[in-house]
Design a protein around this ligand. Structure first.
Ligand SMILES: Nc1ncnc2c1ncn2[C@@H]1O[C@H](COP(=O)(O)OP(=O)(O)OP(=O)(O)O)[C@@H](O)[C@H]1O
Ligand SMILES: [Mg+2]
Length: 515
């Protein structure tokens, strides 16, 4: 057992014996209608320090960061820079004081090119005119730093989410901040891109830039942070120094309970073949034919590196990117969906990777977002029983621990992770015959992940076939009855649970032979 962590004593700084803190928040309080998001939070940051801020979905992390970066103002408390009290009038003011924030939600202008996004409002000028060639040259330098190899003239809307995230990071770097705040920067990055970002962070830290790093990936926190500050329900739950940063300790402070029993690893009874795919060709990689079967009550993981074609395969199964060849059957009947509506009619559901854009209407209440009214009655016949709309909203808010004052709250006011839960909850509640999930736990805290795993298992027990894409190796190994591994658009192989290991999955995912 580790001793209870304590905040480092303040008295040393106050006596003037150690260098002043670069940034300090004291007793920061912030309320929204019906929600007290922050209740007297303290935060300390020294030059060159990498501080991780962790906590469950809705704990107040993003709110605190928005206050530090001048996006929102606090109700009570005090911010200090170099020991001097400050109050920011807005983002520009915070930037002027050297504080830059990379938002959890991407904030780019889709229709502008990469360089214009990086330098928006700060375009290099010559004789009063925008100097485009200089801007492109400077943008190229920043892109190279974050390891993104796209021309600066690329329109941002044409990039993948992961690459857009890298543009956001390049943009934040380009202001030469003293404090760089990153709110879940790696949620859509590949392992390689993540490592590249870590190198950038370590380099900045060595140059004295302070980094605040928010992530639900505790492995990243351990690898990167000098210190961890934990928020729980809008309050400081403790702080952990580098040598004491361990997974279990972080979880305990975040959740206030033990969540070691992550994966149930129960033997599941699977039923008859519910979906059969033969020689399927996706528009994304038409040169490869895909073959596999899904049984009802089975949970099948789809592993592979970013770009292996996993999302594209789900989109073809769901009719969003109709197949260009091959055959499919659902429950013994030929299945050739040309649209999502047709797939839904046959009992399929897809929870997309980019849930914010594809699965959530921000101005609508949670209840309406979960409601099935958007589906025509005759499209519901492929689905198992579900209760009334009120039942679903109540059940899902409870089952998934969605943090909200009521089911009438607009989705836009929920924290990032809680928005994810709303979209996921809607589709889980519908009990489709075949459930396609793309990165179901991205951005979801450790405690809530467990809730989602239990729901997936419950659905499988009720006969739902689940095909889920995940980039988390642990999740693939822990949750799958069987895994399909993709490599560069083709199915590199399938592995039964008994043969699933990090090594066997990686070997196939990287184009190696079957182990
Ligand atoms: N503009 C707003 N209006 C109303 N409530 C809000 C608003 N912004 C945040 N909240 C609420 O404040 C609380 C803290 O939210 P915050 O986004 O800071 O959480 P978080 O720790 O970043 O969570 P996550 O890990 O899910 O991103 C949540 O209950 C959220 O619903
Ligand atoms: Mg957040």
């Amino acid at each position: 057992m580790n001793p209870a962590p304590t905040e480092p004593l303040n008295s040393v700084d106050e006596a003037g014996l150690s260098p002043p803190l670069l940034l300090e928040g004291r007793g920061i309080t912030k309320s929204f209608p019906g929600v007290k998001a922050l209740k007297g939070v303290d935060l300390k940051l020294s030059p060159g320090e990498v501080l991780a801020v962790i906590g469950e979905n809705g704990a107040g992390k993003s709110t605190l960061m928005k206050i530090l970066a001048g996006v929102q103002s606090h109700d009570e408390g005090e911010l200090r820079i170099d020991g001097q009290p400050v109050r920011f009038s807005g983002v520009e003011d915070a930037l002027g004081n050297g504080i830059a924030l990379i938002h959890q939600e991407l904030n780019l202008a889709d229709n502008l090119d990469v360089a214009a996004n990086i330098f928006l409002g700060r375009e290099p000028r010559r004789f009063g005119l925008m100097n485009t060639s200089l801007m492109h040259a400077q943008a190229s330098d920043w892109l190279q730093k974050v390891g993104l190899r796209v021309p600066p003239e690329t329109i941002v809307g044409h990039l993948t989410i992961g690459h857009q995230q890298l543009v956001e990071i390049a943009k934040a770097l380009s202001v030469n901040a003293r404090v760089l705040i990153m709110d879940e920067p790696t949620s859509s990055l590949s392992q390689h891109e993540t490592e590249q970002l870590f190198a950038v962070i370590r380099d900045l830290s060595a140059k004295g830039v302070a980094i605040v790093y928010i992530s639900h990936r505790l492995g990243e926190v351990k690898a990167l942070a000098h210190r961890v500050t934990v928020l729980r329900d809008g309050e400081n739950a403790g702080s952990i120094e580098k040598q004491d940063i361990h997974h279990d300790q972080m979880v305990r402070l975040m959740v206030g309970r033990d969540v070691s029993q992550y994966y149930a690893l129960k033997e599941r009874q699977t039923g008859e073949v519910i979906m059969k795919v033969e020689g399927l060709r996706t528009p994304h990689a038409p040169e490869h034919a895909l073959h596999f079967e899904l049984r009802s009550g089975e949970i099948v993981g789809v592993a592979g590196l970013v770009g292996a074609g996993r999302t594209e395969m789900l989109q073809t199964l769901f009719g969003v990117a109709p197949a260009v060849g091959g055959s499919m059957w659902v429950a013994g009947r030929s299945f050739t969906p040309q649209s999502a509506a047709q797939a839904i009619e046959c009992g399929l559901a897809l929870v997309p990777e980019d849930r914010k854009q594809q699965g959530l209407i921000l101005e609508m209440a949670i209840k309406e977002n979960m409601s099935l009214a958007s589906l025509r009655r005759d499209q519901r016949r492929g689905f198992l029983d579900f209760g009334s709309e009120q039942d679903i909203a109540d059940r899902m808010i409870a089952d998934m621990r969605i943090k909200t004052p009521s089911d009438m709250q607009q989705a836009q006011y929920l924290s990032g992770g809680n928005q994810q839960k709303v979209v996921l909850g809607k589709w889980l509640a519908m009990k489709p015959r075949i459930l396609l999930l793309d990165e179901p736990t991205r951005g979801i805290d450790v405690g809530a992940k467990q809730d989602i795993y239990r729901l997936m298992e419950k659905l499988a027990e009720q006969g739902v076939a689940i095909l889920f894409v995940s980039s988390e190796m642990e999740e693939i190994i822990g949750m799958s009855d069987r895994a399909l591994i993709m490599h560069e658009g083709r199915l590199a192989g399938g592995l039964p649970r008994a043969e699933l290991s990090e090594q066997s999955v990686m070997q196939l995912a990287t184009g190696g032979d079957r182990p």
